[in-house]
Design a protein around this ligand. Structure first.
Ligand code: ZN
Length: 269
């Protein structure tokens, strides 16, 4: 379907109605386990669906079940590089949500999409010890004021009840925006652009020390399970470069909120 060597699923094969029921049930059940502050906020304000404005009926999330089932869900399983997983096709309303978050700092999409990511990950049986968002370079972070992927990861971590580790991974050099490059150049653009921080190296070292003395080598039985999160998957180059920084010492799960064709990202409507 695309000429960049990656196997991309047909975006028209989105499951618009088959993912809703399980996710809705998970959200309702999990809402009761959220922090008191989050539950109290939704108890006081009576959640409204971000898409239709109707009453939110899924617990502590601004979403109704009818809109949940109408979202462009992708089939479960690997996408793109067969290891990265994406929740949605990058099409309406998900593309608008992610642009509102990234360019206007609108936090409502982060709250909804972070919760939906958590539900899908939990229903897929993925267990992790920490969430690591793909970082921005310091200069880009100062210009924008926030990292949109960190906002998504914060919600995801809260719903899954696992720590957010946004200090573990660094963008060690600034890179050109991936959206400005053709697919073959994206890999070169981000190659070597990520490195573990001192804190991240320390966490991996401590995890290695907890390996059982008589157990298999860490490279075949990783103890630290990390979920690496990005907002949009196109060629997978950014996630691949970020994953390389962790080496083989961790069990790494790569997830993104949405998957898009490179051409569509390069020329957003
Ligand atoms: Zn709705």
């Amino acid at each position: 379907m695309v000429g960049n060597g990656w196997e991309i699923v047909n975006l028209q094969e989105c499951h618009r109605s088959t993912m809703g029921g399980d996710v809705a049930n998970w959200l309702r059940c999990r809402s009761s386990a959220l922090s008191f502050g989050r539950r109290w906020t939704f108890f006081c304000i009576s959640a409204r669906c971000v898409y239709c404005g109707g009453r939110g009926d899924l617990g502590a999330i601004d979403l109704c079940e009818a809109c949940l089932t109408s979202l462009p869900w992708l089939p479960a399983g690997g996408h793109g590089d067969r290891e990265a997983r994406a929740l949605f096709a990058y099409q309406s309303p998900i593309d608008e949500d992610l642009r509102a978050l990234k360019f206007h700092g609108d936090l409502r999409p982060a709250r909804v999409l972070g919760a939906l990511c958590a539900a899908r990950i939990a229903l897929d049986g993925v267990a992790v010890d920490g969430i690591v968002p793909v970082p921005l370079h310091g200069q880009r972070l100062r210009e924008r004021g926030f990292n949109q992927t960190s906002r998504l990861a914060r919600e995801l971590a809260a719903w899954l009840g696992v720590p957010l580790q946004e200090q573990w991974l660094l963008r060690s050099r600034d890179t050109a925006a991936q959206t400005s490059l053709p697919a073959p150049e994206r890999r070169r653009n981000v190659q070597g652009a990520f490195a573990l921080s001192t804190r991240g190296c320390g966490a991996l070292a401590r995890a290695a020390l907890t390996e059982p003395a008589l157990g298999p080598p860490a490279s075949t039985s990783p103890r630290l399970r990390i979920l690496l999160l990005d907002d949009v998957l196109t060629t997978g180059a950014t996630l691949q470069a970020a994953a390389t920084a962790f080496g083989a010492a961790v069990d790494l799960h790569r997830w993104t909120v949405a998957m898009a064709m490179p051409a569509k990202i390069a020329k957003p409507t």
